[in-house]
Design a protein around this ligand. Structure first.
Ligand SMILES: Cc1ncc(COP(=O)(O)O)c(C=O)c1O
Length: 386
């Protein structure tokens, strides 16, 4: 080896595998990641696969409980029958889908950006707008995964607790936001509380804080039916995100989108990767939009099933808070044991009792009407054992 060999290339210096902490001879990650732990997703899939003989009810992540429209499968099969299509990159910028979405959201295609799930859109906003020390306001509890994106940017989280867990408390929220708030995250309807934000109330926030970006996550829009997306054409400081993972039933294909005006879109496109959205997802999402009646029918089913579930549980002495989304919150005496016993019955729900002010609550995604009757039957078996 020559004397010009740089340090650390097998000579003196770095000891490979000598621990992974800071200052121990390893590449150092950004300082603001110090407080983060690797994301540890809690998925019921492995448990479901371990019990192949049981019909499962996956009610923990608010996915659809029915397959997507038959048109989705037909479109994918048609696409795959052209043998050379998978070796090409996807349609850059999902242009065809932006045009189809334009009619769906009633905005010009230029105001729409299709992303790899709406998580991708949420992260893009954080990467583009947040830097260490920025103030970020969020009503709590919220969609917890979003906080990872904020913390990964080193921003300071300012939590807002409404006096009533199930009311937005927008007036109080307005006073927590200040001129130096960089970003506000509103989930409409909120996961997990179901709290909603009316467009006129959000418009007042946008007017009062023009230098603050308001990120409104409408993952559950289709179930609620009300949206703030109409504000996009009038204000520069709003981004609305949506997804195909919930009502449209293609969570496994990772399709989402955001809507915003030209000024913010220009900034977001600086970091956006136009080939990050997969081709099968693009095809499937187009097919979803061509069969809206199928999805309207599913929303009607879920709406009916929510009430069937609520009244059935009330008769059994359990309090269910119905939300405008496809999930409810149910108060149970021992959430951890309740969830465990439910799993033995093949029902997977989300224990939310560790969230602030959600003690005793489990969140249950609501399926179709015929499915909810079977869910209630299985819950009865669990209640007999509690
Ligand atoms: C409020 C909210 N936003 C975003 C997501 C993630 O959606 P996607 O599958 O589009 O990334 C979820 C998923 O649970 C959610 O509840």
């Amino acid at each position: 080896m020559g004397s010009s060999e740089p340090k650390g290339f097998g000579g003196e210096g770095v000891q490979p595998g000598a621990g992974d902490g800071r200052g121990e001879g390893h590449p150092e990650p950004a300082r603001w990641l110090d407080n983060l732990a690797p994301y540890d997703p809690v998925s019921s899939l492995e448990k479901i696969w371990a019990r192949p003989q049981q019909v499962p009810f996956k009610l923990d992540w608010n996915e659809s409980t029915i397959p997507p429209s038959p048109g989705v499968y037909q479109a994918i099969v048609r696409f795959l029958s052209h043998s050379n299509h998978l070796n090409w990159y996807p349609e850059l910028g999902s242009r065809s889908l932006c045009h189809a979405l334009s009619a769906y959201v009633d905005l010009p295609p230029e105001d729409i950006l299709v992303t790899n799930g709406s998580d991708d859109a949420l992260e893009l906003v954080c990467k583009t707008y947040l830097e260490p020390g920025n103030k970020f306001v969020v009503p709590m509890p919220t969609y917890t995964h979003f906080l990872v994106y904020v913390e990964a940017r080193g921003a300071e989280v300012v939590p807002f607790y409404s006096s009533d867990l199930f009311d937005a408390g927008v007036d109080d929220l307005a006073d927590v936001i200040s001129d130096d708030t960089k970003l506000v995250y509103l989930v409409n309807p909120n996961n997990p509380t179901g709290v909603t934000y009316r467009a006129d109330r959000v418009a007042r926030l946008l007017e009062r804080y023009p230098r603050t970006l308001f990120l409104v996550d409408e993952a559950y829009f289709e179930f609620h039916g009300e949206s703030v997306v109409g504000l996009v054409g009038h204000f520069d400081n709003i981004v609305v995100t949506r997804t195909f993972s919930k009502c449209f039933g293609i969570a496994g294909l990772r399709m989402g989108y955001l809507c915003t005006g030209p000024a913010t879109m220009r900034q977001l496109k600086k970091l956006f990767n136009p080939k990050s959205v997969n081709r099968l997802g693009q095809i499937a999402a187009m097919a979803c939009l061509q069969d809206l009646e199928y999805y309207r029918n599913f929303v009607r089913e879920v709406t009916e099933a929510k009430e069937i579930f609520r009244s059935a549980m009330a008769r059994r002495g359990l309090n269910v808070i119905v939300t405008p989304a496809n999930f409810v919150n149910m108060k149970v005496p021992d959430p951890a044991r309740f969830c465990l016993l439910l799993e033995e019955e093949g029902i997977y729900v989300r224990d939310r009792s560790s969230l602030p002010r959600m003690e005793s609550y489990v969140r249950v995604s609501i399926p179709s009407v015929s499915q909810v009757h079977e869910v209630i039957r299985r819950i009865d078996r669990v209640l007999a054992r509690l």
